[in-house]
Design a protein around this ligand. Sequence first.
Ligand code: HEM
Length: 145
Amino acid sequence: MYETIQFIHSYWAYLVLIVLVVASVNSIIGYATNKEYGATNFRIALFTLIVSHLQLLIGLVLYFTTPYFKMWGEVGMGGVMKDSVLRLYNVEHPLVMILAIVLITMGYSKHKKKLTSKPKFKILAIFYTLALILMLSRIPWSSWL
Ligand code: HEM
C-alpha cells in the first residue's frame, strides 16, 4: 500500500511540475504580449488546478502511511523539528505544498471573475508562479531525482 502510494505521488509530481511551469509561462507570456485569453488558456489553468488537487489527495494519504509519520510517536514534536529530514517530510513539505495548492485555487477562482484578458493573465501569472516557487523550494530533491 505504502510503496504504491509513494510511487504514484513520486511520478504524479512530474506532471504537477510540468503543467504548473506551462501554466505559469503561458500566463506570463499572455500578460506581457497582450494576448487574447481563449479556451486553451482556460483549459491549461483548469488542468493545472485538477492535477495539483489530485496530488494533494495522494499526498494526504501518503502522509499517514509513510514510515516518517510514525516518528511523531517515536521522537515527539521536538525530535521531529530538530531533525532536518524529518522536519522536511513531516512538516515543511506538506505545509508548503498545501499553501502552494491554496494559491493555485485562489488564482484560478480569481482569474475566472475577471472579465478581460489582461487581468486574467495577470492573476494567473502571479498566483501560479508563486505556487511554483513554493513547490520547488520544498521538494525532497535528494530522494526524488
Ligand atoms: C502538490 C504538490 C506536491 C508535490 C509536487 C510533491 C512532490 C513530492 C516528491 C517529488 C516527493 C519525493 C518522492 C520520492 O522520494 O520518490 C514527495 C514525498 C512526499 N510527499 Fe509530496 N508532493 C506534493 C504534495 C504533498 C502533500 C500535500 C503532502 C501531504 C499532505 C505530501 C506528502 C509527502 C510525503 C509524506 C512524502 C514522503 C514519502 C516517503 O518517502 O515516505 N506531499 N512529494
